[in-house]
Design a protein around this ligand. Structure first.
Ligand SMILES: NC(=O)c1ccc[n+]([C@@H]2O[C@H](COP(=O)([O-])OP(=O)(O)OC[C@H]3O[C@@H](n4cnc5c(N)ncnc54)[C@H](OP(=O)(O)O)[C@@H]3O)[C@@H](O)[C@H]2O)c1
Length: 252
C-alpha cells in the first residue's frame, strides 16, 4: 500500500524526498507535459490517468492507500478529478498547496483579475511594455489583446504556436534570483508584469523586483478549490511537515 503524490511542483518533489527518507512507499505522478522534468525521489509515473474513471481505476488497481494532491494551484482539472476519484473509491485525499501571495506587502495595490482574459484586457493599455510570466498554456488569451504591444514572454519549454511580431521569448527555468529579475524587468523597460497567484518563494522575486521598480502588477486569482458534485473539499495543508505527518498516519 503506497501513497500517490499528484505532483509537478517543487512542493511535491520535496514531499517525495521526505517520504523516501522515511521509507514510506510513495509514487509521484507527473502529467508528462514538460520535457526533461525534474524527477522526484522514489517511484515516478508519467502521463494522464484518463479522467476521473481512469484515476479511480488506478487507485484500486494499485492498492493506493492515500492520495496527496500537491499539484499547482492552477491545475484545477486534476485536483477536481482527485476529489471525485477519491470520493468514489473511499481513498483518503489531502490537498497540499502553498499559500498564495495575497498577504504580501503591497498586494492590495495590485490589479487582481479573475482569469487570463481579464488579465489580457487589464494589461493592454496603450504603450504598456508587458512581461508575461503566466507560463505557456494561457498564451492564446494574450496574443489578440496584446498583439500590438511590446511583450516579453518567459517559458520553460519552447512555445509552439506563432506569436505576434514584436514579442520576445526567453526560455528559462526557475528558481529566479531577485537581482536577475530586477535586471530582466529593467532591461526590457517593463511597465506591467502579468502573473498568476502561484504563491510560494520559488517565483516570488519577480514581484519584489516589480515593486522596487514601480512596475504595475496584474495578477490572476486562483481558481476555486475543487469540490465535485456531493464530494466535499478535501482536508488541506500548507506546510511540508503537516503533509508528512498526514502521510505517516495514512500509511500505517
Ligand atoms: N497550471 C499551471 O500553472 C502549472 C504550473 C506549474 C506546474 N504545473 C503542473 O503541471 C501539471 C499539469 O498542469 P495543468 O494545469 O495542465 O493540469 P490540469 O489542467 O489540472 O490537468 C489536465 C489533465 O492533465 C493530466 N494531469 C495533470 N496533472 C497530472 C499529474 N500530476 N499526474 C498525471 N496527470 C496529470 C490529467 O489528465 P487525465 O484527465 O488524463 O488524468 C488532467 O485531467 C500538473 O502536474 C501541475 O502540478 C502546472
Amino acid at each position: 500500500m503506497s501513497i500517490l503524490i499528484l505532483g509537478g511542483t517543487g512542493e511535491a518533489r520535496t514531499l517525495a524526498a521526505a517520504l523516501d527518507r522515511r521509507g514510506i512507499p510513495a509514487t509521484s505522478s507527473l502529467a508528462g507535459r514538460v520535457s526533461r522534468p525534474r524527477l522526484p525521489a522514489g517511484q515516478v509515473r508519467q502521463g494522464g490517468f484518463g479522467g476521473v474513471d481512469g484515476l479511480a481505476a488506478y487507485l484500486v488497481e494499485n492498492g493506493v492507500a492515500a492520495v496527496i494532491d500537491a499539484t499547482h494551484p492552477f491545475a484545477a482539472t486534476i485536483s477536481a478529478n482527485a476529489v471525485a476519484a477519491c470520493a468514489r473509491t473511499g481513498v483518503p485525499l489531502l490537498r497540499y498547496a502553498r499559500p498564495g501571495w495575497s498577504g504580501l506587502p503591497g498586494a492590495d495595490g495590485w490589479t487582481w483579475v479573475a482569469d487570463h482574459q481579464e488579465a489580457a484586457r487589464a494589461a493592454a493599455a496603450p504603450g504598456e511594455r508587458v512581461f508575461l510570466s503566466t507560463g505557456r498554456q494561457p498564451l492564446s488569451h494574450f496574443t489578440g489583446p496584446l498583439a500590438g504591444h511590446a511583450v516579453l514572454v518567459r517559458v520553460v519549454d519552447p512555445v509552439e504556436e506563432p506569436l505576434p511580431a514584436g514579442w520576445q521569448v526567453i526560455e528559462r527555468r526557475g528558481p529566479y534570483l531577485l537581482a536577475d529579475e530586477r535586471e530582466l524587468l529593467r532591461s526590457f523597460r517593463t511597465t506591467t508584469l502579468v502573473t498568476k497567484d502561484s504563491g510560494g518563494d520559488y517565483t516570488r522575486p519577480k514581484l519584489d523586483a516589480a515593486a522596487e521598480l514601480g512596475v504595475r502588477i496584474v495578477i490572476v486569482r486562483r481558481p476555486e478549490p475543487a469540490s465535485v458534485g456531493t464530494a466535499s473539499e478535501p482536508e488541506s495543508v500548507a506546510t511540508l511537515d503537516e503533509a508528512v505527518q498526514w502521510a505517516v498516519a495514512a500509511s500505517c
